[in-house]
Ligand binder design. Sequence first.
Ligand SMILES: [Zn+2]
Length: 136
Amino acid sequence: MNNFYYKIMRWFEGRYGIDNLFYLLFCFSAVLAIINIFLRLIYLQIIVYALVIYAVFRALSKNIEARRRENETLENLVIKIKRKRENTILRKQDKTHIYKKCPYCKAVLKLPRIKGNHKTVCPRCKCEFNVRVYKE
Ligand SMILES: [Zn+2]
């Protein structure tokens, strides 16, 4: 029995193992599987299997660098989402300014919060556009 355990341990050596992306894939496939109990769609079932197979493939993969990069991409995405949420909260708390996205270059402009219709010029692309402020 000890020899068997040792062989299994040896087989797992040098493989990538479990990371956050593994947990995400597994949880997502579990949620889809639970939803599919009610929907009973063959396509959804195939997606569930594919996610599980991909998660297991990643855990057993020997290409550690590629798996690490995939996980890093996920973690960067999570950081980006968190930062965006923090920015939204901070902007909502700002009582003296509003934040508007330029419709042409998508730059976010910080403008004084003065009620009414205003014309503003984007400092980045120099395009002029209207801004309506509803409340001070
Ligand atoms: Zn612009």
